[in-house]
Design a protein around this ligand. Sequence first.
Ligand code: UD1
Ligand code: CA
Length: 457
Amino acid sequence: MAAGKGTRMKSALPKVLHRLAGHPLLLHVLDTCATLQADRTVVVTGYAADAVERLLAGRATAGGAGAHLRCVRQEPQLGTGHAVQQAVPWLDDDGTTLILNGDVPLVAADTARALVQACAGRQLALLTLMLDAPEGYGRIVREGGSVRGIVEHKDASDAQRRIREVYTGIMAAPTAALKRWLARLTNHNAQREYYLTDVVALAVADGVAVVTTAAHDETEVLGVNSAAQLADLERRLQRRRANALMDAGVRLADPARFDVRGVLECGQDVEIDIDCIFEGRVVLGDGVRVGSHCVIRDTTIGAGTEVLPHCDFTRATIGERVQIGPFARLRPGADLGPEVHIGNFVEVKNSRLERGAKANHLAYLGDTSVGERVNYGAGSITANYDGANKHRTVIGNDVHVGSNCVLVAPVVIGDGATIGAGSVINKDAPAGQLTVARARQASLEGWQRPVKQKKKD
Ligand code: UD1
Ligand code: CA
């Protein structure tokens, strides 16, 4: 169910597109579905349906679970029961239907599987949880131990509001019976909605057994209804990820100030200082140290490399024993060989630096091949863009580029060449020679500074 607006989020973005660990809520749920190997997955869209369906379009064509994915629209949105009614034409009578809430993102596949097993094709199985603060949730009403129904918080009496056992929004039902119950829902309640949760009382009336399965932990089934709940769930999820990494020996300076918005793979003896963000797929080799306040996306870092604070990397490849930062920026295609040094305020894009090359201060390297042991001076840049096209710069082995040079691409600097400081190089520079391209220094003997003229009265 992904049709609701999420009024309590107070956002123009539909709730199920808000991000948890960098990933829309709905995709967390669909990732879980994908591992369940259902015959088909039906997503009920409604509020901002175009935006939600656009997110799913990529998956539907990607094959796998997406091949069995379809969207149905619920317009207008008259409640969770009404939402599931829209999916009815796509559900086979002889199957089991597992209903998941688009705003309950972290339910584990094992839990969902256990629920389908508890349903056993003939019972109504509800995933429940004991909560100390059950406000807002539907409460499980029991008589003599057996479930009689679910009462929504807004419809509950004071006594019912004291019930701590809540419905998590996840159930499994025999499809034929579910269809019968859905057809009998009414909206006679506080919110004038067709509640899915009313099927429980209808099952009881039909003499169908209602069974409950308890969720593993609270984080798994917490719903996101407000910005505060989203932030709370984010911290819980990050803490879980931090714990898993620490269990594997990764040393986090502070697990509460650490964010993985994708997948982080770490070798042995990795150390990560506070406030780092990892996005996409990041691989850190053995002994890598990451300083504070780094943002690293889709990047691989070789063993023994040290990243100093405040670096920003996107789609870069970094070799072994590299020294980088503070304040370094690696853009897509930056490829650093072993023992390279990249210092403060250096930007590298689509460039390969061979072993031991250094760019230690205030520099730009774009579309460049840099040979071994090159020393690239402070303030030097490659002018790789002529306003229409990008061109390559090739710097040979053992080249020394002085400070404040502009290498106007396309240009080749031969092995062992030295480029004098302040040069603008727009022709190839031969190997082994000093090339200087700037005005010659001159000193004028007898030259005097102008003096201020006295005003005449
Ligand atoms: C729902 C349950 C409540 C349970 C809680 C668990 C009902 C009536 N109540 O309450 O018992 O404790 O989840 O998190 O089911 N949606 C639609 N169409 C609609 C309305 C909602 O698709 O017309 C979708 C929403 O996008 C959302 C999900 O259904 O993904 C749940 O809706 P929400 O309004 O958040 O229900 P809760 O009040 O949290
Ligand atoms: Ca909810």
